[in-house]
Each structure stands twice: as C-alpha cells, then as structure tokens.
Design a protein around this ligand. Structure first.
Ligand SMILES: [Zn+2]
Length: 284
C-alpha cells in the first residue's frame, strides 16, 4: 500500500517537475532562436575574410615601403632607379597605364632591379565617382599594359587621389585579385614645396610598417630622394616592396584595456587616446 502510494506520488512529482521544466525552458528556446540565428552567419566569414586594403602594415622590424606614383617618366624614373640601385633599396611603382604603355623598357628595368609594378589606373581619374564599367576599363587596360611590359600581372592597385568606395574595393579585389594600397605618409610632394621640405616630412612621419607616398613625375621629388633615402637608412629603416611588406604583417597587439587595471590607473590611460590619424588628404 505504502509502496504503491510512494510510486504514485513520485510519478506525480516527476510529471509535475518535467512539466514545470518544459514551461520554463520552452519560452527561452523560441526567444533565443531568432537572436542566435543571425549571429551564426556573421561570425563565420569575419575571421576568414582577409584584409584587402592597407594604409600601413604592422610589422616587427624596421621595414617600410617607398612608393612612387603616376610614372613612369622618361627621364625622372630612370634617375630614381639609379638612386635606389646605388643604395640597394626596393620600391613600388604605381604606374599610370598610358605612361606604362609608352615606357615598357623602364618597367622592365625596374622589375629586373627588384622593384614592384602596380596598377594606378589608365588615365588617373577619380575612380570613386565612376561607374563600375568605366573603372573596370581603367584597371584592365593598365593591367594589360603592365603584363605586356613585364610578363606578369600586377597584384596591387592604388586609386588616384586615394578615392575609392568600400563597395569598389570589394569588387575590384574579387574581380582582379588586387589588394588596395593607400598610404600613411604623404609629403604632399606634388605641391612642390621644395626638396628639403619633402625630405623633412617623410622623415618625420615614417615609422616601421609605413607606406610612403611620393611621385616620380616631379623633379623636386627626385631631388629630395638622395637625402631622404640616406636619412631613412641612417634611422635604420629598410625599404622593401609593398608585397614584401604585406607578407611581413604581424597581428596588432591588443591595446591595453583599462578594465583589468585598478580604478586609479584609469586617468593614466585616458589622456593618451588613439593618436591623431596621419594626414590622409587625398593627393594625386
Ligand atoms: Zn596618382
């Protein structure tokens, strides 16, 4: 009798218990599902997606990339190649397609001497304001001219004036395989401020991992390069091509967060906010 009653009670208890659990958990399931569902697809592509555009690179050594845009120029680019060769420095040339088509010999020489050739559009327009088809033609014609000159396709592009939309970056990368290279050091040499100013600006702003912008179509820029190169080398910098610099990229160490520190350490951390961004004014 007693035993039977015990069975009946315990059966009732377990029924009630499972019932109450079901009631407790059930509302949670549908509530979680809609919020959990969109998170999944978000988290999977993000870590797999490689960076496609760069202003500078985080590296563990004194490496920088010197880049020269808008050439090649019949006289100035060979002069620059002489200056680079004398110092065993490597550079990257973002060439304008129509100039590349005019001077394939200069591109050949640059590659022979260890430099990199990259796409800077055919006619130097503002890509950010153009249709996809027009951008595609600008890049393809230049890609063809470079390939005809040096026998291999470029893998980097730089938009004139640094003007490019996020959407363009994506489709250009998908379609051409290019990585998009901007810069973090801009001496505004195209304004021809004088060679010593160009040198001073580059030396002041350049740090490890920098991508330095200059133009091999302005005589004062070329005049500024011997002193610029020598002083950069004196500071210990080693110039490599952009592709080499990208291959050296190391993860950016996490910034010290104030949370694990005791509250009194907070005032020390707060007066040093992130440094002002480098002058990223778009220039030709
Ligand atoms: Zn340019």
């Amino acid at each position: 009798m007693l035993f039977r009653r015990f069975i009946a009670i315990s059966a009732l208890v377990s029924l009630l218990a499972s019932g109450s659990f079901a009631q407790e958990t059930k509302p949670d399931v549908p509530a979680e599902k809609p919020s959990a569902a969109p998170v999944k697809p978000k988290t999977t592509p993000t870590p797999a997606e490689p960076a496609i555009a760069f202003n500078s690179v985080h590296v563990d050594g004194p490496f920088i990339a010197l880049t020269f845009d808008d050439g090649p120029n019949a006289t100035l680019t060979p002069k620059l190649l002489d200056l680079l060769a004398a110092r065993h420095l490597k550079a990257t040339f973002f060439v304008v397609g129509q100039n590349a088509a005019d001077h394939p010999d200069i591109l050949k020489r640059a590659v022979r001497e260890g430099h990199e050739i990259a796409n800077h559009s055919w006619s130097h327009p503002n890509l950010g304001k153009m249709s996809d088809d027009a951008v595609r033609r600008e890049l393809q014609k230049t890609d063809d001219a470079i390939t005809a000159a040096i026998g291999k396709r470029p893998t980097l592009m730089r938009p004139p004036y640094g003007s490019i939309t996020a959407r363009q970056k994506k489709w250009i990368h998908d379609e051409f395989g290019y990585r998009i290279i901007i810069w973090d050091v801009d001496p505004l040499d195209w304004k021809r401020p004088g060679p010593s100013v160009v040198t001073a600006r580059i030396l002041k702003e350049t740090k490890a991992g920098s991508i330095v912008l200059a133009h091999d179509i302005h005589p004062p820029t070329i005049e500024a390069m011997p002193a610029t190169f020598d002083q950069l080398m004196k500071k210990g910098f080693k110039s490599v091509t952009v592709t080499e610099l990208l291959s050296m990229a190391t993860p950016i160490p996490p910034k010290p967060t104030p949370s694990p520190l005791p509250p009194r350490a907070l005032p020390i951390a707060s007066p040093t906010p992130s440094a002002p961004p480098p002058d990223s004014t778009p220039t030709p």
